[in-house]
Write a protein that binds this ligand. Structure first.
Ligand code: SF4
Length: 295
């Protein structure tokens, strides 16, 4: 199974650009989130339990240590020699720009780290942050701004307590593109209150707005979230693997060839995952996407 036959994956795009394997190493740089500390909201997004997707979320070692260990693990597993420091946990632009500069620079000072991928919310990208990222890009680093939108429907965003709306995302991507930054947009398929078709429209909308990359995953409900309580009440629809595969393949088929897919599915620690159970079988989902594309 070679998805790159049909999909411009992030790995494929990096190999074309750098002539070798480049992989992201996830790090937790001890940021927090404005949707948790009451500056934008409290309680966070109803689906969010950062520990479910970031192994270092509780007690993060230093950035240097995380990168050193991550490089070793990813390097062996993926046979990669160059890396991108992926600031994944929480909101990785949520600090004074001097603090951001110090943490990003620490990552860039690490041997074989050729760039940054910074995950954040659309309401946390002031121009000072975009300027800093653009400077790194001008210095020749590979830089990606990863904006979590999740849904292009304001009612859905309200329901999941995102604390920002679609207009906020539109403003963020417009300003990021004005700095010529590469943007990857995150979308979730299967959020309550959203039709599956709406995810296809959302992907189309963000493509039209200039996103260079897409990261897509199915809604998965994990312990320790507000959704974990809602699922017991039966208010969260159960997304099937075949429904998900159908939506993702349609998004891929409608995307322009240069669109870079950073992720086509998501998984969670099986001790935390409540539903849907097929999410833990990442390779089975990817194989099904491949089979559908090849059909
Ligand atoms: S998903 Fe992101 S924005 Fe939402 S609460 Fe979690 S860390 Fe904050």
């Amino acid at each position: 199974m070679d998805l790159t036959r049909y999909v411009n994956t992030f790995g494929k795009a990096m190999r074309a650009k750098y002539g070798q394997k480049v992989h992201k190493v996830s790090i937790n740089a001890s940021f927090t989130c404005p949707n948790r500390d009451a500056s934008k909201g409290i309680g966070g997004c109803t689906f969010c339990n950062n520990a479910s997707f970031n192994i270092n979320a509780q007690q993060a070692p230093s950035i240097e240590q995380q990168l050193c260990e991550g490089k070793s693990v990813v390097g062996q597993k993926k046979n990669a020699a160059k890396f991108i420091a992926y600031f994944q946990a929480y909101t990785s632009t949520y600090a004074d720009v001097n603090v951001l500069e110090q943490r990003y620079q620490t990552a860039l000072n690490t041997p074989d780290v050729i760039g940054l991928s910074v995950g954040t919310r659309p309401d946390c990208v002031p121009d000072a942050v975009l300027r800093l990222l653009a400077e790194y890009q001008q210095q020749g680093h590979e830089v990606w701004l990863e904006l979590g939108l999740q849904s292009a429907n304001d009612d859905v965003l309200r329901q999941v307590n995102r604390g920002h709306d679609v207009a906020c995302y539109k403003d963020a991507i417009r300003r990021a593109k004005a700095y010529d930054l590469q943007v990857c947009t995150h979308l979730i398929v299967g959020l309550p209150g959203e039709s599956l078709e709406a995810s296809i429209d959302a992907a189309s909308m963000v493509t039209d707005l200039g996103t260079d990359g897409l990261k897509i995953h199915p809604l998965h409900v994990v312990k320790g979230t507000q959704m974990a309580r809602q699922i017991k009440q039966g208010t969260i629809p159960n997304l099937s693997q075949s429904q998900y595969v159908d939506i993702v393949t349609r998004i891929i088929r409608q995307a322009p060839s240069e669109q870079t897919f950073h992720r086509l599915t998501g998984t969670a620690n099986k001790d935390l995952l409540l539903a849907p159970d097929w999410c833990v079988r990442k390779w089975s989902v990817l194989n099904a996407i491949y089979d559908e594309l090849a059909a």
